[in-house]
Design a protein around this ligand. Structure first.
Ligand code: NAD
Length: 267
């Protein structure tokens, strides 16, 4: 028995990093998956791998800031797999750091659009579709929003990223309350990863480190020391948290913020 048997999940940003690890893990646990991403090549490769290993997944190119594309993604889940139970709002971007006094309004709006508006649209269309599917009986529904430790604590030079991720934290609690009070069978929770070794962090370390390997390694070493556990996380460790929240094992958990950060925020 898989922990997600009978469920259909939609995962954004499924082409790389945490989204790709979650798609693979959810499929191994029996879910049928709609994988979406802007990066078609990466998303198609993840889907091909899942299907080659006996899972069931489809890919759709999807810009998470576009409401029409959200409608199409949810319609694909209905059409291919008969409904929707889980949305993992994972797609997100890191941004070039800048002090607030130098940050352009364009940078601010772009970060908020992807990292907060995208999650809002995922909640909006997720609630509508999951409500309809779960009203017919069968397994319950779950929306999981990937925030960050930087949605819990401040950080110099990333007001845009932290504000978006902090917004995701409270958006999650509002939607959790709406679903509970309306009697929908949908739980809504956020995950707050520490620094995880994914393309997002590697690319950020490269640019912060001045573009050479020594500089990037120095940034990564500095990030490691910020985690009491003494290393960066790996994508599977966040996928495991998402799996728990997607499964019925977390049936009494809603509106919660699951911190998976190697101790970063304990200090
Ligand atoms: N890696 C970390 O240390 C870390 C820590 C905390 C939170 N997070 C969050 O976890 C999530 C995943 O991060 P990751 O490290 O796996 O990133 P990643 O860059 O490795 O993968 C993100 C994926 O999202 C896709 N994507 C980006 N913008 C998109 C858009 N507008 N529409 C659709 N797809 C889009 C990318 O193409 C990519 O495949 C993000 O929300 C990120 O903010 C990451």
């Amino acid at each position: 028995m898989g922990r997600l048997d009978g469920k259909v999940a939609l995962i954004t940003g499924a082409g790389k990093g945490i989204g790709a690890a979650s798609a693979r893990m959810f499929a191994r646990e029996g879910a049928k998956i709609v994988c979406t991403d802007l990066d078609e090549e990466a998303g198609e490769a993840v889907v091909a791998d899942i299907n080659a290993k006996g899972g069931l997944a489809v890919f759709m190119r999807h810009q998470v800031t576009d409401e029409i594309e959200w409608e199409a993604a949810v319609a694909l889940a209905r059409h291919k797999f008969g409904g929707l139970h889980v949305v993992l709002n994972n797609a997100g971007i890191a941004t070039p750091g800048a002090p607030v006094e130098d940050m352009t309004i364009e940078q601010w709006r772009h970060t908020l659009a992807v990292n907060l508006d995208g999650v809002f649209l995922g909640c909006k269309h997720g609630v509508r579709a999951i409500k309809e599917t779960t009203a017919k009986g069968g397994p319950g529904g779950s929306i999981i929003n990937v925030s960050s430790i930087l949605g819990l604590v401040g950080n110099a030079n990333s007001a845009d990223y932290n504000s978006a991720k902090g917004g995701v934290r409270l958006l999650t609690k509002c939607v959790a309350l709406e679903c509970a009070e309306a009697g929908y069978r949908i739980r809504v929770n956020s995950i707050h990863p520490g620094y995880i070794d994914t393309p997002l962090v590697r690319n950020a370390a490269n640019s912060m480190g001045g573009g050479d390997a020594a500089g990037a390694n120095a940034v990564l070493d500095m990030l490691v020391t910020a985690h009491p556990i003494g290393r960066l996380g790996i994508a599977d460790e966040i996928a495991s948290a998402a799996l728990y929240l997607a499964s019925d094992e977390s049936s009494f958990t809603t509106g919660s913020e699951m911190v998976v950060d190697g101790g970063y925020t304990c200090r």
